[in-house]
Design a protein around this ligand. Sequence first.
Ligand code: TGC
Ligand code: FAD
Length: 395
Amino acid sequence: MTAVAPKSAETPSAFDYFNVRTLLSEDEIAIQEAVARFVDERVLPIIPQAFEDHRFPKELVPELAAMGLLGCNIEGYDCAGLNNVCYGLICQELERGDSGVRSFVSVQGSLCMYPILAYGSEEQRTKYLPRMAKGECIGCFGLTEPDGGSDPGTMKTHAVKKGGDWVINGAKMWITNGTIADIAIVWASTDQGIMGFIVEKGTPGYTARDILRKFSLRASVTSELFLDNVRVPESQRLPNVVGLKGPLGCLTQARYGIAWGAIGSAIASFKEALEFAKIRVVFGRPIAHTQTIQRRLADMARRITTGQLLALQLGRLKDAGTMHHSQVSMAKWNNVRMGLDVARDARDILGAGGISIECSPIRHMLNLESVITYEGTETIHELIVGRELTGHAAF
Ligand code: TGC
Ligand code: FAD
């Protein structure tokens, strides 16, 4: 008996031990399968080389846009208006390809389109969102600074009102999409609290530079942003939010997608290890016949299944409007840790060949070393849950 539930016969890229598929609507299944096909046909054939070349495959952006994947859970403004479970399934499938592709979609939709939708003026929404949904305008999100990311409330980037304009000075670090972005959502402290600004590429004093020589997320652009007396009109400020809750509200959206995405990385790693174990003969029998390998594969399957159920319930809570951001923290923490552990174990099961670029677990493992750090480190998410349980902030 193959342990994998019937879905695997229909979609070889899937793993669904608890028939989670039966908890999805027909539309949700159709969207997951369409994105799975896109990943199989368009992402997987090019991603190892892109990773090796340290290149984001930007040629995929028009296709991601044409499929309605950019800002897919936004209603109106030429966006697809999908529910949050669909958004999660999309992230899962994209990250089965590579965390870099999912990162691009997360940043564009959750970190750039979301704040324009939630905190922007109607003029800003109509100006940017349809173009962003079409992939004609790429965004980046500047919160983290060179002196630290976990405590963004202490940011040094500062904006001062001068007449009808704001003058922004500071620097942002580790910014996904920075050098390919047409706009940056820049968070800056002001004498009234933290505010968000839409800074367009080409604005005098605004520059971006790539961070090169990464071991992780090599198929993704990561940049530094420099703001040297950047002058933007009041009409480029996000008018409907002041305070840290602005950027943190965006992080909740993106962390939600990451909690799903990590499942995709884990499934890719697990399935590769499983298939290898069935054919790799050592000591006269396939290693899949040994107790230790079976225990390890079973443990991966248990962890993936737990993560799938956690993510789905999180999605249902989000769609019902009852999700709390500390639940997102628990899911991001659990699922990224799960994905990283599964990828590392799968890498080991593949033996020496597992260090080759031909095998996906090492690529997923290296990517997840970023994913476990960005959008709040594992420690920060543990402490967010700890604060929720005890009522005491221990940051
Ligand atoms: P704290 O007092 O907790 O909160 C200030 C205000 O914000 C509200 N709030 C949230 N709202 C929405 N979602 C959340 N997750 C929220 N967390 C807090 C809170 O209710 C409060 O509202 P109000 O109305 O009372 O003002 O603030 P704190 O300074 O104690 O912060 C605590 C902490 C550590 C949890 C926070 O600073 C944090 O989350 N730090 C981690 C920073 C982080 O995750 N940075 C990520 C940068 S972006 C990124 O990594 C993109 S990678 C993208 C990719 O490539 O995929
Ligand atoms: P620090 O905050 O300096 O933390 C260092 C270590 O100390 C961590 O292990 C942390 O868990 C630990 N620590 C911190 N506080 C405590 C405490 N109170 N108790 C115990 N331990 C603690 N940021 C953006 O704004 N936009 C982006 O698009 C973006 N993309 C990224 C892409 C990549 C590839 C990476 C790697 C990062 C990206 N980031 C982005 C930055 C990311 O959000 C930060 O790296 C992250 O928030 C952690 O900040 P830090 O790296 O400065 O670590």
